[in-house]
Ligand binder design. Structure first.
Ligand SMILES: *Cc1c(COP(=O)(O)O)cnc(C)c1O
Length: 380
């Protein structure tokens, strides 16, 4: 039988847009074992190198021995354990808000929260992460998309549309730039709106103590118009996500967020690893500091690379824009052959003609590894 997707798969291959899985045979690290060889990893969101840190592994094993492997139910039935509450208390204190609520992933959080907020109108940055876009689609709101970080455009859309919700990445995942949080908050105040900020790539990375872009921007985390989410699977080396805000907000989400209500809760191994990660980064910013040193070193080295164009990033996400999907895949393949994994990012993840290699740096990259990647790029 000929399925409609059989032909479409052939089209994808012809357009250089075909996606496949590349499978590693060891833990997430700066060096990955792939297809029997070792490659340098420049495509991880494990910014602080915590995904196989001994402290997280130990906490995870200990929790499994005490609590078992699964929770057996959703949070509202029998699946709420004191480990979840402990992590939520820790997250609320870390983010300096009244309360936090766990979700099973950032994707779940964004779908659930945006829908539950029941805003009549949502203002969404055009480069927002797919999970925010899908959250907007699932909500019944009128969605107005503003040009990337364009505050004049946003202001014009908000005029005459009070009571809305602004939705934005704090660090844009494919471009590495950040949103103008203070200006967004000023517009939210002016137009009686709320501001929902996705700190997926900022948690553990931005702010003097890793609390995110809200901290870096000097915004009061308890601001009544602010709702924050962040993920535990990126810099925190674990899995899952949190929403941080007021008591009332969290109570409302427990009652209304469908992606919180209708899913089995996070397992003890994961919850305990997240707790260990938060406790570690709260007391020690040395990993974050090293990540930023690596970022500065790599950006400086890229000045001597003539291929592509480095996007104006302000984070450890460093896109080298090549243009066509085909050229980008070819360059990625040739780097891979030299032992460097820099993943090609193509439409529909990014707009047509802006395909790119997206380098993400880790605190645990050594200078030699960074230099090796730069040298390979210079030789490309
Ligand atoms: C990764 C990411 C998410 C999704 O988080 P998961 O926990 O991986 O589901 C949401 N928003 C942004 C901006 C992200 O980069």
């Amino acid at each position: 039988m000929n399925h409609p997707w059989t032909r479409k798969l052939i089209d994808l291959r012809e357009q250089g847009l075909y996606r496949h899985l590349t499978v590693a045979s060891g833990p997430q690290d700066t060096i990955l074992k792939v297809q029997g060889k070792s490659v340098l990893n420049f495509s991880s969101n494990d910014y602080l190198g915590l995904a196989h840190h001994p402290a997280l592994i130990e906490a995870s094993i200990a929790a499994t021995q005490t609590w078992g492997t699964g929770t057996g139910a959703s949070r509202l039935i029998t699946g709420s354990q004191s480990l979840h509450s402990e992590l939520e208390t820790e997250l609320a204190s870390f983010k300096r808000v009244e309360r936090a609520l766990l979700f099973n992933s950032g994707y779940h959080a964004n779908l659930g929260v945006i829908q539950a907020l029941e805003s009549p109108v949502i203002f969404s940055d055009e480069l927002n992460h797919a999970s925010l876009i899908d959250g907007c689609r699932l909500s019944k709101a009128k969605v107005l998309v503003y040009r990337h970080n364009d505050m004049d455009h946003l202001a014009s859309l908000m005029t005459g549309n009070p009571g809305g919700l602004i939705v934005t990445d704090s660090v844009f995942s494919m471009d590495g730039d950040v949103c103008p949080l203070r200006e967004l908050m000023a517009l939210a105040e002016k137009h009686d709106a709320r501001l929902f900020v996705d700190e997926a790539h900022a948690t553990g990375v931005f702010g003097p103590t890793g609390r995110g872009l809200v901290e870096e921007s000097g915004i009061d985390p308890k601001h009544p118009r602010l709702i924050q989410m962040g993920t535990l699977g990126k810099a925190l080396g674990s899995f899952g996500a949190y929403v941080a805000g007021s008591n009332d907000l969290i109570d409302w989400l427990i009652n209304r967020a469908r992606t919180f209500i209708f899913t089995t809760s996070l397992p003890p191994s994961v919850t305990a690893a997240s707790l260990a990660a938060i406790r570690m980064i709260r007391n020690d910013t040395s990993l974050k500091d090293r990540l930023w040193e690596n970022t500065r070193f790599f950006l400086d080295g890229l000045k001597q690379v003539t291929i592509g164009k480095v996007a104006p990033t302000t984070s450890p996400i460093i896109p080298l824009v090549i243009g066509s999907a085909d050229d980008t895949v070819r360059l990625s393949d040739s780097l891979f052959a030299c032992g460097i994994w820099a993943h090609p990012i193509r439409p529909p993840t990014v707009p047509d003609g802006t395909s790119r290699l997206r380098f993400t740096l880790m605190a645990t990259h050594t200078r030699e590894q960074l230099q090796g990647c730069l040298d390979a790029l210079k030789a490309s």
